[in-house]
Design a protein around this ligand. Sequence first.
Ligand SMILES: Cc1cc2nc3c(=O)[nH]c(=O)nc-3n(C[C@H](O)[C@H](O)[C@H](O)COP(=O)(O)O)c2cc1C
Length: 207
Amino acid sequence: MKILAINGSHRKGRNTTTLLRMVLDEAAVQGAATELLELSDLNIKFCTSCNKCLNRSQCSIPDDDMAIVEKKLLAADGILLGSPVYWVNVTTLMKNFMDRSRYLHIYKNLLDGKVGAAVTTAGLLYGGQEATLKVMEYYLQLQGLHVVDSRDPNEVIKTVIAAGSLMEGVKDDKMIFRRTAIEDELLVASSKQLARNMVKLIRQLKK
Ligand SMILES: Cc1cc2nc3c(=O)[nH]c(=O)nc-3n(C[C@H](O)[C@H](O)[C@H](O)COP(=O)(O)O)c2cc1C
């Protein structure tokens, strides 16, 4: 069982990387083979809207790193997307990846039946995490994936999303910030549960 994480952060190795690694580590504990792909390491050109993918499962841009991503997406059983919130939305890198992967679903749905999930971090406490997460989850659904959330079915519900913030709160009119987003214990708990839910569903679907 393989789970591929794709990080849309423009800053490799920071909050979103740490969060994705945490989910992957828990997935590995549950028995999955894992890989983290940093979009900031790759050269992926913009979609030109040539619309050739309406008639074939192939992109007309031949000479960039989308081929590497395609290979990994097709080989994965689970796809985990991570993006920091940029303007209450995903980052440019994440959106560009989404646009360029249109050819994987529009003619034939090549990722159909895999398991998907998404995580996000933001600067502010209520900084647009839910909207950002929804953009990634809608994308995964449209690509034909079964999207899992971070609910622990055996416990009282604590959170419905795997999303965090650097901001912890406000005291004496001053904002209090964490050093990293994963100092948020609810984010840690929900992200680890997300990993367990992904692995569980992949196992069920493989039976
Ligand atoms: C261009 C830009 C836009 C941002 N927009 C928001 C925003 O709308 N809401 C928010 O809470 N944080 C926003 N942030 C803060 C980031 O979400 C936050 O710093 C995040 O933890 C960065 O993730 P990283 O450490 O993986 O880069 C923005 C940051 C940048 C650079």
